[in-house]
Design a protein around this ligand. Structure first.
Ligand code: KIV
Length: 262
């Protein structure tokens, strides 16, 4: 996968699959799967560190995780989230962040929003770094949006999102994530731009889909938003395996002679 194949996929109406990945061991597993690309999302602040929002993902955190993923998934196209406020701090801090994320092993960066970010996105693209946009529910602005809620329900808001997508395309984004918007808007945005849209909670008409790996694995069995399909019972899988190990230790069934050195 590269930015040319992203474009070809849309032209050939072939969907693109993406999952988040934050660490080395899951990167090694994903490297052997059919998944098209992996996102080192700033959602790691929530999933890996237990913070309440992505606002807490720092550049140092992102760089460490991008490196771990890049070493584990050398065959995958890796996109790294630009952390909270990196673009708002101005061109130099933004470019320094891009430099660190790319040197850690990312192949592209993802940037939330479409307002003051557009000029910076153009500069990053001109510098030779592919940029993925992110519209709809942009979790770094969660406090401004008033929580995790579907965006673009009102006609005027929907138009703003379509316009934003066009602006991101003009700025040079090779693709964009569309998060938590009504199905109809997911389709409208995907038709309005030539670049592929990757949806999460944006219905079936986007050019691809992304899920947080831990969510699709069912690691948190209580987290079941409408858009999520759980493909495994990760919580009970881990719980059962650890309890099995505990039981074997307590009963003395582990280790056996075959599991011990002579
Ligand atoms: O950080 C993240 O995981 C994301 C996805 C939800 C698209 O941005």
């Amino acid at each position: 996968m590269n930015i040319q194949t992203f474009a070809q996929r849309k032209q050939q109406q072939q969907k693109i699959s993406m999952v988040t990945c934050y660490d080395h061991w899951s990167a090694q597993i994903l490297n052997k799967t059919d998944i098209d690309c992996v996102l080192v999302g700033d959602s790691l602040a929530v999933v890996m560190y237990g913070y309440e929002s992505t606002v807490h993902a720092t550049l140092d955190m992102m760089v460490l995780h991008v490196g771990a993923v890049a070493r584990g998934a050398p065959d995958k196209f890796i996109i790294a989230d630009m952390p909270f406020l990196t673009c708002s701090k101005g061109l130099l801090p933004a470019m320094e962040a891009v430099e660190r994320l790319m040197q850690a092993g990312a192949h592209a960066v993802k940037i939330e929003g479409d307002s003051h970010q557009v000029d910076i996105i153009r500069h990053i693209v001109d510098a030779g770094v592919p940029v993925m946009g992110h519209l709809g529910l942009t979790p770094q602005s969660i406090h401004n949006l008033g929580g995790h809620r579907v965006q673009g329900k009102a006609e005027a808001d929907a138009e703003k999102i379509v316009d934003g997508a066009r602006r991101l395309e003009q700025a040079g984004c090779f693709s964009l994530v569309l998060e938590c918007v009504p199905t109809r808007l997911g389709g409208c945005v995907s038709q309005a731009v030539q670049i592929p849209t990757i949806g999460i909670g944006a219905g079936p008409h986007t050019d691809g889909q992304v899920l947080v790996l831990h969510d699709l694995l069912g690691v948190n069995s209580d987290f079941k938003p409408k858009f999520l399909r759980q493909y495994a019972s990760g919580h009970s899988l881990v719980n059962d395996a650890v309890n099995h190990f505990h039981g074997d230790v307590v009963t003395g069934d582990f280790p056996t002679a075959a599991e011990s050195y002579r």
